[in-house]
Design a protein around this ligand. Structure first.
Ligand SMILES: *[C@@H]1O[C@H](CO)[C@@H](O)[C@H](O)[C@H]1NC(C)=O
Length: 242
């Protein structure tokens, strides 16, 4: 009886934490908060994308309407803070699973793609480069997701000072790995922000395609036990630096 109860509770626990849930819904530029959904294509659902070949892996799908038509000016070299919360509603009060269930573990990444217009609907075929990642650190045995939780959902990184001025999509992503012992299993949570980089330079970063950048055989996509990791390679290309 006791063991039946124990395994039942384990099952319930597994079921409830099988999907982490988090949404990137707002951002700040040099500490100036832009507002919920302002310049961000916010998905209505906080469910993960798990298909590595899906176009939904680019900027998510099923957006809050109307989608923002704002393009936020971001000086090259400035600090951007992406804010994640449990649902698309942003922060709505104390919630043990806000910004993310703390038992959900994995890295975060940020990518940029130059676009003719940051409000364009079509996001296929873009060329992305990675500007930031937060993986697993020893000592501390902390994941990027742990730091996201500690920082109240804020992920802060720098827009490279040397990239060309112009319009970009900024894709910020949390990857949850507690179901990633096989593929598909890794859970991807991302939104795209609409920005215009000003005062940039002439660098031409090497780019990757999304989808395509992650496959079942990429390092960091299959993780046998996320709670027993000793070292970890964040999937995708190296971070571009000036
Ligand atoms: C997260 O960022 C928002 C917007 O910049 C800020 O108001 C809030 O204080 C930050 N939270 C933490 C825990 O740093």
């Amino acid at each position: 009886m006791k063991s039946t109860f124990a395994s039942l509770s384990a099952l319930v626990l597994l079921a409830s934490s099988a999907y982490s849930k988090t949404v990137f819904s707002a951002f700040s530029v040099n500490g100036v908060y832009q507002g919920l959904g302002v310049g961000v294509r916010v998905p209505t659902s906080n469910n993960p994308i798990t298909d590595l070949t899906s176009d939904n892996l680019i900027c998510n799908t099923g957006f809050e309407q109307p989608v923002s038509d704002v393009v936020v000016k971001v000086p090259a070299g400035s600090s951007v803070t992406a804010s994640f919360h449990h649902t698309s509603a942003g922060y709505v009060g104390p919630d043990p699973a806000d910004p993310i269930d703390p038992t959900d573990k994995g890295p975060l990444t940020a990518y940029l793609a130059a676009v003719p217009s940051a409000t364009q609907t079509d996001v296929t075929g873009l060329k992305w480069f990675k500007i930031w990642q937060d993986g697993f650190t020893v000592p501390g045995y902390q994941w990027g997701s742990d730091r996201l939780f500690i920082n109240g959902g804020n992920a802060t990184f720098t827009i490279p000072s040397c990239i060309a001025s112009g319009q970009y999509l900024l894709r910020v992503e949390d990857i949850s790995l507690q179901m990633a012992s096989s593929s598909p299993g890794a859970q991807f949570f991302m939104s795209c922000a609409q920005i215009e980089v000003t005062g940039g330079g002439t660098a031409t970063p090497q780019t990757v395609s999304i989808p395509g950048v992650y496959t079942a055989s990429s390092p960091g996509i299959i993780v046998p036990n996320v709670y027993a990791v000793e070292s970890y390679t964040v999937p995708g290309p190296a971070v571009f630096t000036c």
